[in-house]
Write a protein that binds this ligand. Structure first.
Ligand code: BES
Ligand code: ZN
Length: 457
């Protein structure tokens, strides 16, 4: 039975790559409103592909970019799986660093290069094609499937959250599946059982009502850039611990079992350093690099602007200084409470002579799933058959906000089955996806439907 599906996937693999190429040509950059029509074309492409696969589908309008919704629910008595993905992509900048243009997909050294190749068009597409293979060879699926493919993941998923809250009946399911993470390493597939949460904000400190001559006025008024630098420096102590009051209160410490599991994964710290071009690893004292990346909370400056940044010197005291900050969170830290705590801490540190504005962007909680659930076992088996290697169980440091909404609003865990690699340049120039991973991921997805059919709630 599964052999026919395998055969179908093999026979049609070249067409799948051709179609993915067409998909990747669409510049569906959700953050860029001048490209709204193109982003909509991305939704239409997904809709047409889902219908071609045999899934009754429609686009659902939102206050922003449309959601593509489809469902096939004729497998009576079998579990219902909700597949989530996103057709929007990150902005392609900096354009001059792309070897071939971001929306002119190019195949070289076994990879397809384009913005969205792995994040998330290529990965999401594997699930549509696996469903097509079952429908074309059997006229039915082993499980019930609901697709929710959105166009606003890269800008915070606000409208999706609203859709899920208002349409609980349309999205009722037993388990969610997302392919928007990574394998552990080439040849080592993974299931991600935990993601970090996030809080994001911007802080603006203001001093004089305009930039001043630093010779005439310097030393007599507080310099906003100097002041903000002191505030930022107070975010950590010398041991790399975040100093926001109460920051570690909710933190659930790693169990010895998890620490042992992380330590048992192959990890070459020198290769890691070399790949990133750094001469040392650094972070919270007492934790390994994998622990720091996956299971410890952080506070990072993402960007800072102040004063004169053009060529050559300019002697001024700037009028203001700005910083963008994100904290990555772990269970059971609360993004709402900690955003307040961060604001209050910075306010208390504000030097005299300055005022502060605090802008709260967004946040979501971290989640860790039971890695021994029957759904996990089903996924493990499907991946092992498709990739020829058993997946390792990992956590990852990135965030996918909808995973929290699936937990709290829909009441289900998510299987995070990443087919990409951390070296696929997601959010960076020359994003890519290995064609072999595309093929294996599609097969794993096809096998997953059969494996999940045997799971009883
Ligand atoms: N696909 C990523 C998340 C990801 C990447 C998780 C690699 C694990 C490994 C996703 O598209 C993303 O970039 N999310 C943002 C979310 C934020 C804007 C709320 C992130 O993590 O920065
Ligand atoms: Zn992304």
């Amino acid at each position: 039975m599964v052999d026919q599906v395998r055969e179908y996937l093999e026979q049609h693999q070249d067409r799948f790559v051709t179609e993915l190429t067409e998909f990747l040509k669409i510049p569906s950059v959700s953050a860029d409103s001048t490209l709204n029509a193109e982003t909509r074309r991305g939704a239409e492409f997904v809709l047409q592909q889902m219908e071609a696969a045999g899934i009754e589908s429609r686009t659902i309008e939102t206050a922003g970019h449309p959601i593509v919704y489809g469902a096939w629910q004729k497998a009576e008595g079998k579990p219902t799986v909700l597949v989530y993905g996103h057709y929007d992509v990150q902005p392609p900048d900096p354009l001059d660093q792309w070897i071939t243009p971001p929306f002119e997909p190019d195949i070289r050294d076994g990879h397809i290069y384009a913005r969205g190749a792995t994040d998330d068009k290529g990965q999401m597409y594997t699930h549509i094609k696996s469903v097509e293979a079952w429908m074309k060879t059997h006229g039915e699926l082993p499980v019930n499937v609901i697709f929710v493919i959105e166009g606003e993941e890269e800008v915070g998923s606000d409208n999706l959250d609203r859709f899920l809250e208002e349409n609980k009946d349309l999205v009722a399911c037993d388990i969610a599946v997302i392919s928007d993470t990574s394998q552990y390493a080439p040849g080592i597939p993974a299931i991600t059982y935990g993601l970090r949460g996030i809080l994001a904000c911007e802080v603006i400190v203001r001093g004089p009502n305009q930039d001043l001559h630093s010779g005439v006025f310097g030393g007599a008024v507080t310099n906003p850039a100097n002041g903000l630098a002191r505030m930022i420096a107070a975010l950590h102590d010398d041991a790399g611990r975040v100093q926001i009051p109460g920051f570690y209160d909710g933190v659930i410490e790693l169990t010895q079992e998890e620490r042992d599991q992380f330590a048992a994964l192959p990890f070459d710290e020198f290769a890691f350093m070399e790949n990133l071009g750094v001469n040392a690893v650094d972070g919270e004292e007492g934790f390994t690099t994998l622990e720091r990346r996956w299971a410890r909370p952080t506070c990072d400056v993402n960007g800072m602007i102040s004063g004169y940044t053009g060529e050559g010197p300019k002697t001024i005291v700037p009028a203001e200084a700005r910083v963008k900050i994100t904290c990555r969170l772990v269970p059971d830290q609360d993004p709402v409470l900690l955003t307040k705590a961060l604001e209050q801490y910075l306010q208390a540190l504000l030097p005299t002579g300055l005022t502060m504005e605090f802008v709260d962007f967004h946040g979501c909680k971290a989640l860790v799933f039971d890695y021994q659930s029957p759904y996990m076992s089903a996924a493990r088996s499907a991946i092992e058959q498709a990739f020829g290697a058993a997946p390792v169980m990992i956590r990852e440091g990135g965030s996918i906000p909808v995973v929290e909404t699936f937990q709290t609003v829909v009441g289900v865990d998510t299987l995070l089955l990443g087919w990409g690699q951390n070296t696929d340049n997601l959010h960076s120039p020359n994003e890519r996806f290995a064609l072999e991973s595309f093929r294996q991921g599609t097969l794993a997805s096809a096998l997953l439907w059969r494996e999940l059919a045997n799971v009883t709630g």
